[in-house]
Write a new protein. Structure first.
Lengths: 117, 118
């Protein structure tokens, strides 16, 4: 069924190391994906997005990889800093096609990233 | 928070009372959304709007109504609050950049309203 999930609910990473957060999706009609960061007591913050015609996209210290073959999405954070501590979740945008109003976004439950000093 | 404000930020109310949450945007975006966020669940869509006076239901719309009389404001009303509606409510906005008249696109979120129904 339609599901956006995460492999690990909590990830602990040493400060300065790279972090990799994973996400699985199951809907073949998903063509657009977004990673959000949510700090405690705040709203989700857009980090980076990727369309299904790409397999990699880079931002500032972040990289998103998309593997459509296995329906897998990952967020890589380089040189993790204390300010990166947050819950990260992915969202998939399901697009059944033009003229169909059933497009929707499904959000994953999130992975908590914990930075070790 | 992408020019989005929500009010109130915190509210405690009693079962059976009406509650209205307000979302205000300064981005002039066409689409606005109301979500609730609960432990163990991803964000779940309550209602959304695709223009002034144009709204539609999301996956958890029972017990909620919305109104949008101006582009910048989207109101969420709980006609008779219940304890199951205790949650954090987020408003989001988007503009259709993906084309094809899609109702979903990159969404930007407000700071949230924490609602407790006793």
């Amino acid at each position: 069924g339609e599901n956006v999930g995460l492999h690990l609910p909590t990830l602990s990473v040493q400060e300065g190391d790279n972090s990799i957060i994973n996400c699985a999706y199951s809907n073949s009609a998903s063509d657009y994906f977004i990673w959000y960061k949510q700090e405690s007591g705040k709203g989700p913050q857009f980090i980076i997005d990727i369309r299904s015609n790409m397999d990699k996209r880079q931002g500032q210290r972040v990289t998103v990889l998309l593997n459509k073959t296995v329906k897998h999405l990952s967020l890589q954070i380089a040189a993790t800093q204390p300010g990166d501590s947050a819950v990260y979740f992915c969202a998939e945008n399901i697009w059944p096609g033009k003229g169909n109003r059933d497009d929707k976004i499904i959000f994953g439950k999130g992975t908590r990233l914990h930075i070790l000093p | 928070d992408a020019g989005i404000t929500q009010s109130p930020r915190h509210k405690v109310t009693e079962t059976g009372t009406p509650v209205t949450l307000r979302c205000h945007q300064t981005e002039n975006h066409r689409y606005m959304y109301w979500y609730r966020q609960d432990p163990g669940h991803g964000l779940r869509l309550i209602h959304y709007s695709y223009g002034v006076k144009d709204t539609d239901k999301g996956e958890v719309s029972d017990g909620y109504s919305v109104s949008r009389s101006k582009t910048e404001d989207f109101l969420l009303t709980l006609e008779s609050a219940t304890s199951s509606q205790t949650s954090v409510y987020f408003c989001a906005i988007s503009e259709s950049t993906l084309g094809d008249s899609r109702t979903t696109d990159t969404q930007y979120f407000g700071p949230g309203t924490r609602l407790t129904v006793l």
